[in-house]
Design a protein around this ligand. Structure first.
Ligand code: DAH
Length: 338
C-alpha cells in the first residue's frame, strides 16, 4: 500500500498529545521506530512494490522516517529539559527567606581551654602538641615513673595492642617530647585529651588537661608560685587565696597540690568544697633532676617547674557545673548557656 504521509503524521500527533513524560514517549516511539514499528514496516514492504514504483516509494518512506525521527528527537529533548527543570525546582532554596536557625558557638570546654591558653600565652608560655597514642617510655619511664608505680596498673591505664604504646594518661609526655627536641630556655603549655579508666560524676575516661613547663637557669619555687597565683587570679577574674600543699609526683621534687579558696562559698564551707573552704585545682612542682637528665639537659645548670591541670575541673568551677558528663552529652539546652 502506498504510504500516506499526512495520515501517518496525523496519527502520530494524536498519539503524542496525551504523552507527558519520557516513559510514555518511549512507548509511542517503539510503536513507530521500533523493530516492528510503523516506519520500519514501510521499508520492509518496499520489496512488495512493483519495481518501477520502488524509487518513489523509497523516497517517501525515507522522508517519513526522517520526519518521525526528528519529531521524537525534539520531544525527547523537551521532556529531558522538563525533568532537569523539575529537579532544579526541587532543590531551589529561596535565599530571601529570613532564617531562624540559631547560630552555634564554642563548646564550654573549648572556651575554657582558650581562656587557659590565652592567659598562659600572655605570660610567655607557647603551645605544644603531642600524640594521644603515646610511647609508654614518654608517658611513664622518662617521667621518672617506675615500672611498679600504681599509675601503670591496668586499672588506670588504657593499654592498646601496639607494643610499647598507651593512650596517654596525662599531657606530661609532651614535656619529654619538647625537652628532647628543643634546647632551654623552654616555656611551654601542652593542652590535649587524656585517657584513664575513671568514671563517676567528677571523672570521665577521656578528659582534657593543660600541662605547663618552664626550664631555665634562674628558676626557683617563687617563680612557680607567682606564675600559678597570677594565672588563677586571671582565670577566675578575682583575687583568690591560694595554698600549696605538699604532695608527690614522680616527675617533680618537691611536688605540690594547689588549692584555691572556694569560689562557690567564698571559704565558709559548701557541698562543692566539702565544707573545707578549699578547692584543689592543679598539681605542680620543681622538675625532678632525673627527668632533665633523661632528656639530656644538664641538671647542674638548668632547673625548671611544671604544672598540670584538668580543664573540665576548672570549667566546672568557673561555670558552677556539678556533673562532668554534662560536657559530653551535647544537650543543646545545656550548651546554649555559654
Ligand atoms: N600529670 C599529672 C596528672 O596527670 C599532673 C601534673 C602534676 C603535671 C604535677 C605536672 C606536675 O606537670 O608538675 O595527674
Amino acid at each position: 500500500m502506498w504510504p500516506d504521509k499526512a495520515q501517518i503524521l496525523r496519527e502520530l500527533y494524536e498519539e503524542l498529545a496525551p504523552v507527558c513524560d519520557l516513559q510514555d514517549l518511549e512507548k509511542v516511539k517503539a510503536k513507530y521506530l521500533g523493530k516492528n514499528g510503523i516506519v520500519k514496516n514501510l521499508s520492509k514492504s518496499l520489496k512488495d512494490i512493483p519495481l518501477e514504483q520502488r524509487k518513489e516509494f523509497g523516497i517517501i518512506a525515507n522522508e517519513i522516517r526522517e520526519i518521525v525521527e526528528q519529531i521524537f528527537e525534539e520531544k525527547t529533548n523537551y521532556f529531558k529539559e522538563l525533568k532537569t527543570r523539575e529537579n532544579l525546582l526541587k532543590e531551589y532554596v529561596d535565599p530571601t527567606i529570613p532564617h531562624t536557625i540559631k547560630k552555634g558557638h564554642l563548646h564550654p570546654i573549648s572556651l575554657t581551654l582558650d581562656r587557659i591558653l590565652n592567659i598562659l600565652k600572655s605570660m610567655g608560655f607557647l603551645e605544644k602538641k603531642g600524640p594521644e597514642l603515646e610511647k609508654e617510655e614518654y608517658n611513664f619511664d622518662m617521667l621518672n615513673i617506675p615500672k611498679y608505680h600504681p599509675a601503670r596498673d591496668m586499672q588506670d591505664t588504657f593499654y592498646v595492642n601496639k607494643e610499647g604504646y598507651v593512650l596517654r594518661t596525662h599531657t606530661s609526655p609532651i614535656q619529654i617530647r619538647t625537652m628532647l627536641s628543643e634546647k632551654p630556655p623552654i616555656y611551654i603549655t601542652a593542652p590535649g585529651k587524656v585517657y584513664r579508666k575513671d568514671d563517676d560524676p567528677t571523672h570521665s575516661p577521656m578528659f582534657f588537661q593543660v600541662e605547663g613547663l618552664a626550664i631555665d637557669k634562674h628558676i626557683n619555687l617563687k617563680y612557680l608560685k607567682y606564675t600559678l597565683d597570677t594565672f588563677l587570679k586571671l582565670f577566675f577574674d578575682k583575687s583568690l587565696k591560694t595554698r600549696y600543699r605538699s604532695s608527690y609526683f614522680p616527675f617533680t621534687e618537691p611536688s605540690f597540690e594547689v588549692d584555691i579558696g572556694c569560689v562557690i562559698c567564698g571559704g565558709s564551707g559548701c557541698r562543692v568544697c566539702k565544707n573545707t573552704g578549699w578547692l584543689e585545682v592543679m598539681g605542680c612542682g620543681m622538675v625532678h633532676p632525673n627527668v632533665l637528665t633523661n632528656c639530656h639537659i644538664d641538671a647542674n645548670i638548668y632547673i625548671g617547674f611544671a604544672f598540670g591541670m584538668g580543664v573540665e575541673r576548672l570549667a566546672m568551677l568557673y561555670y558552677g557545673i556539678d556533673n562532668i558528663k554534662s560536657f559530653y552529652e551535647n544537650d543543646v539546652r545545656f550548651l546554649s548557656h555559654f
